[in-house]
Structures are given as C-alpha cells and as structure tokens.
Design a protein around this ligand. Structure first.
Ligand code: GLN
Length: 304
C-alpha cells in the first residue's frame, strides 16, 4: 500500500474544502485556536511513520485522553472497573446528564464525560499520585518523557466547568464517586488539557493496533483481550451520538476530542491521528471525519 500517495491525495481534496462548523469556544482557551489547521500522522505496526500538514503542532487532545485514562484504570484494577461504568453507547451528547438517574449513577460508557469522571475517581482511589501516574503512563506508551498537562487550558475549562461540576456532584449523590468532587474534577480537567501532536498521538495509540504491545520496545501495555475490549468501546462509543456515523463512514475504532483531534486504530495495521479544530454539531472534527472517511475509502481497508 502506498500510504504516502494516498495521504497526499486525500489532503489535496480535504484541505481546500470549505471549513464548516465551530471551535470549542465553550472552553475560552480553545476559542483562540487557528481554525484552519489540518494535520495527519500515520504510524504502522511494521514501523512505518508518515505525517502531513500540521502534524507536528501540539493541540489540546481533550476527550482523546479518556482512552488513556480507561486503559490505565483497566490495567490497574482489571475487570472491576465495569461495575462502576457500563460499556453501552449512550446515544446522547458527550456532556449529557439525562440517563444517570435511571441508570443509578453508572455512566453508559467511559468515553462520555460522566464515564471519564468515574474513571478519574477510580484512578484517585487506586493510585498514590494519580496525576503523576497518568502522565507516566502516557509518556511510556508514547516514548516521550516531555508530555505534560497544560495548566492554562485546565484552568480555562475549570472556570466555566459548570456542567462537569454538576455531573460529578450528581454521580456522587447517586453513590458512584468515592472521593471529593473537587479532587476528581481537578484531575479530569488536567487530563483533558494534555497537549500532543498528531505524530505523538498516533504513536501513543499504536499499541492498540498491535494487540496491546508497544511496537517500539515490545512492552505489553494491555493483554490481547483487554485491547479487544478497548477497541470495541472506541468503535461503539468513541464519538458519542455520532459513533454509528463514524463506523458507517470510516469503519475503524476511534476517539475524538473537542480540540478537533481524532485518532483511529486499524488492528494489526496502523493508528492514524488527524487534527482540524472546527467541530460539527456533535462536537467531532468536521474535516477530521472527512479525511478519515476518504482515507479508508482510498485504502479500501477497514475492520469491515
Ligand atoms: N474537556 C471537555 C469537556 O469536558 C472534553 C469534551 C470532549 O472532548 N468531547 O467538555
């Protein structure tokens, strides 16, 4: 497969397209990002690595971090985490509160805000220094000791974080948060503030395309069974109430964030990260989805 030719071809089509949508300006710092950025990076399980456009520029990965958080919680605590968070698509927006009361405080999945907040609570209960442990985990899977949180973005989100504050308190009232909401939310805002490039992201996700094992140093991060389950969750829940559409158009497990990033994984083949900050109505990158749809169409390969 000539990936370079395909990336160039898809870029030439997607880049000049009209950029429809909006920035995630409900987080003031994210409203300042240049809406015309477009970067893509592909990393394959046989060690091929290729990027195009703004692939080396850092951006706020936001909800993509939820994948790292659930992987660390799964690795730390095993199957017990599924008692605290379910594995069903929610069919609702990422920040929705509506199902929680009927579901007795058990969020539908770890990729909506409610689920990620419960995962943060689990990590705080099980790790002595959760922020450090989280950063070490992300640094390890991406072979990059420099990765860190962006305090400015975390503070910016916290200053207007009424919805997440409500979510955390509501879940606490329903008995599914063990720690103080303030501590849980501080951790949640921090992990959403992580900044990475497309290159760093595609490398960090490569173990999920490789049966749970890092390609660079062969270290096992998750078992094959755990990896299957994380990929299944990305497939069914990675794009909130647009997860069906992403499966329909792209055909790969993936995860988006309101910073405009999307990472998709093709098991036994590659991981690919795309960044374009303008979001559609569901909070997913407009051109990111378009790029990946054309990429899997051109490569004629997906998990389906
Ligand atoms: N930090 C964001 C929030 O909680 C993450 C949402 C997202 O990326 N979908 O609103």
């Amino acid at each position: 497969m000539n990936y370079k030719e395909i990336l160039d071809r898809v870029m030439a089509v997607v880049k000049p397209e009209e950029n429809i949508g909006h920035l995630a300006n409900y987080i003031p710092e994210l409203g300042k990002v240049n809406p015309n950025k477009l970067g893509v990076h592909l990393s394959t399980t046989n060690n091929f690595d290729l990027g195009i456009g703004d692939n080396l520029e850092k951006f706020s990965i936001q909800s993509i971090s939820k994948v790292f958080a659930v992987c660390l919680a799964y690795k730390t605590m095993g199957e017990g985490i599924w008692k605290r968070v379910d594995v069903e698509p929610s069919g609702n927006p990422f920040n929705s509160l509506v199902q929680l009361e009927a579901d007795k405080g058990i969020p539908r999945n770890p990729f909506i805000n409610a689920g990620a907040i419960v995962i943060c609570d689990i990590l705080i209960s099980h790790l002595e220094k959760p922020k450090e442990a989280f950063l070490n985990f992300v640094r390890e899977i991406s072979d990059n000791p420099e990765l860190t949180f962006c305090q400015k973005i975390a503070d910016s989100e916290k200053s207007v974080g009424y919805r997440n504050i409500a979510l955390c308190n509501f879940i606490k009232s329903l008995g599914n948060i063990e720690n103080e909401p303030e501590e849980v939310l501080d951790f949640y805002f921090c992990l959403c503030s992580l900044e990475m490039t497309c290159q760093e992201l595609s490398k960090a996700f490569l173990f999920l395309a490789n049966g749970g094992q890092k390609v660079s140093d062969k270290k096992v991060i998750l078992t094959k069974r755990q990896t299957k389950r994380i990929n299944a969750l990305m497939q069914t829940c990675g794009f909130y109430d647009e997860s069906g559409e992403f499966a329909f158009e792209v055909g790969l497990p993936g995860k988006s964030g309101v910073g405009g990033g999307i990472v998709a994984v093709f098991p036994n083949n590659y991981s690919i990260a795309v960044w374009s900050p303008m979001l559609n109505a569901k909070g997913n990158s407009y051109k990111g989805m378009m790029f990946l749809e054309q990429f899997t169409t051109e490569t004629e390969a997906s998990i389906f």
